[in-house]
Design a protein around this ligand. Sequence first.
Ligand code: NAD
Length: 351
Amino acid sequence: MTEIRIEGKVAGRVVGGATPTDVVPLLEGEQEVFLVYDAHLAPAASALLEAFPAIRSALALETSEEEKNMDSVLLIARSLLEAGASRKALLLAIGGGITTDVAGFAASVYKRGIRYANIPTTLLAQVDAGIGGKTGVNFEDYKNMLGVIVQPVFTFVCSSLLATLPRREFLSGASELLKTFLIEDRDGRYGRTVSLLSSGSPDFGSDIWQETVFEAASVKAGIVSRDPYEHGERRKLNLGHTFAHAIEHEARLRGDDITHGEAVSMGILLSARLSDRLGLSKGMEGRLRQDFLQAGLPVESPYPPEVLAGAMEKDKKAEGGFVHFVLLEDIGRVVVRDLSVAMALKALTDN
Ligand SMILES: NC(=O)c1ccc[n+]([C@@H]2O[C@H](COP(=O)([O-])OP(=O)(O)OC[C@H]3O[C@@H](n4cnc5c(N)ncnc54)[C@H](O)[C@@H]3O)[C@@H](O)[C@H]2O)c1
């Protein structure tokens, strides 16, 4: 168990469990539990309803970026109202990052805020989206434009839930998993995770997978505890993301099919190249290229840096023309440098 502490107080917990129903002890004593689940996770939701029959209602959500909107928030609010949820209610979300983002947002505005908890079911959500309290929905073509930061009371991490995850979704999360250990290595965990990812078809129910995912979740919980509102250290979690957002933007314009995780993987490689070119690291790009390829991740952005520069300038994290680039000094040691896009482009493209 890892606690998220904000201003000295426990704001949330990350708890691991071998099977999905191991979450039940965390629900004991709750008088009003309402479930929201990704429609693809109906078997996990049914198992939980059987193990904890006191759950008052269960709502299945369709999840896509198009449906990550206020209509889904209103759907949840309506179902809570119809089921008689009071301010004591706990909203429990089972699903990937879309489900946990939308449910968390609905909970934070229903009756001015009820508690919520997450059972993330994608690798990306177990190590990233389900932890840290960023909630929200897309609005007017902008991703996550409406939202708030409110911590879930707990995030229950159970890697065996990943067994049914499509391979491409799994790999999408794998880049966030490696990203986490590039930020905080924890006794060689980065190298061990590269080996784990390279070792054929994963056994998600194994101790090593549960341990690895839980460790990554704990790294994120630690960073969130130290910087809940992203004024400093939390920015490190954006390693590779400035480039990734630009790659995703370009892919959308061209109608290319690139997942967020694939873009993050390519983006981390570009960050490594930039780190080498700025003299912060030596041979980082080559090392990560080899590791990421071995782990089955894409390493080459289909768009050159010149093409990505325009989108990077519009990055919502750009402040005063400068972008917070997260760069690597070593495995487990990242730094944030404010650079103009033009400076970064010059470093990346100079021979
Ligand atoms: N709040 C945060 O800090 C944060 C961080 C990163 C990303 N996000 C958000 O997370 C979202 C992406 O999350 P995601 O990648 O988890 O996407 P997702 O929720 O869309 O899940 C991906 C797909 O996998 C399916 N799925 C989920 N779990 C499954 C399982 N165990 N078995 C079979 N299918 C399963 C879903 O139905 C969906 O089709 C984005 O909207 C992004 O903005 C939020």
